[in-house]
Design a protein around this ligand. Sequence first.
Ligand SMILES: [Mn+2]
Length: 397
Amino acid sequence: MKYLHVSDLHLGLKTDGRDRLEEQRAIMAELVTICQTQAVDVVLLAGDIFQNSVPSAEAEDLFVTTIERLAGKQERVVCVIAGNHDDPERLRAILPLAMKHNIFICTNLEEVFQVTPQTGRVQVTDAGKGYITIKKDDDVAVIGFLPYVSDTRMHALPVQGLPYDEKVVAYAQMVGAHFKKDAFSCLLAHLYARNARTFGENANEQDNRIGELLSVDVQDLPRADYIALGHIHTYQCVHRRSHAYYSGSCIEMQYNDSKKGVVLFEGTAKTGVKNVQFLPLQSVYPLKTLVVRSYEEAVQILQNEPAQTLIELTFVQDKPLSSSMIKELKNTFQQIVTIRLELLRLQRENSEEISYRKQMTSEELFQAFYTKIRGVEPKPELVEMFAALMEGTDEAN
Ligand SMILES: [Mn+2]
């Protein structure tokens, strides 16, 4: 069968207040087109469907219409898991109806899927807790679901008392117990794989800063023919032997972000996974930072920027910008999302101040600080007391 791995849709995302829904509608339409032209049988959505736990009606509408179009009239099976941005109960709400269209949404580790009557060529023949079995002619595949679940929500007895990563691995093993030798196996998971590469600071994924604590070693996950990961926004293969891939987000989330796309692959029980291919998305708007030194330079550069680029414009100059200039620029160039100003004079003053301060003794620094805050010079006794305290700390060290 042919599979499409997509992750981190972040529907309802705003960038510096700019709504991205129009762009996201185009991206979702492109996913449907890819499925049709590439004859995809199974779609894997690896979490972070929405940007917020309480998505707007428009964002929810876009999600529901997209998965309905992806599934077609039982043309394809759509598998969805919750990411850390999604509210589990909210995302799960449509599951009873969705399953009738061969759309399986897993938001908690206790979810038991059911099979409904099948009419299409791609059929769901078996389902249970955290897995489904798909059949197309002689080709059989088992999909295991491992949604993002916060530490406190992992209740099952065998995992109680374990550290976070071991709990995730224990759940993954329970799901992986359904993988069979004579079926292609695929694990769909939203997690932070240890040693995965993040792009820039990736400020949108707070977990990364906690690092090792919340990360999982991919080699501890059950053996599968393919591991479809979500959570990290940069496309990459994290572990070649396990065929563990992040497809990356399908929208640029930060300025100067990495190339966005989806992963297409094929596989059968006999051949294993083959033809893994990163497919760039055409409808994604680039997010770009521009630095200029004058209004004239800004106008000149912006004239050559494509209409769909989203720009953070920074002025580095000596004088502030007038509000009429800012208004004029924003009206003329819709690409501008935000305008920043870095005053050269302030930069110079700051660096002069710092080098001046470096030459002062701690008593002089204290005197200057006191005078600035209180408006009067400190009494000599106070300065002496401060000096004595400073000596004390020097001894202690
Ligand atoms: Mn994400």
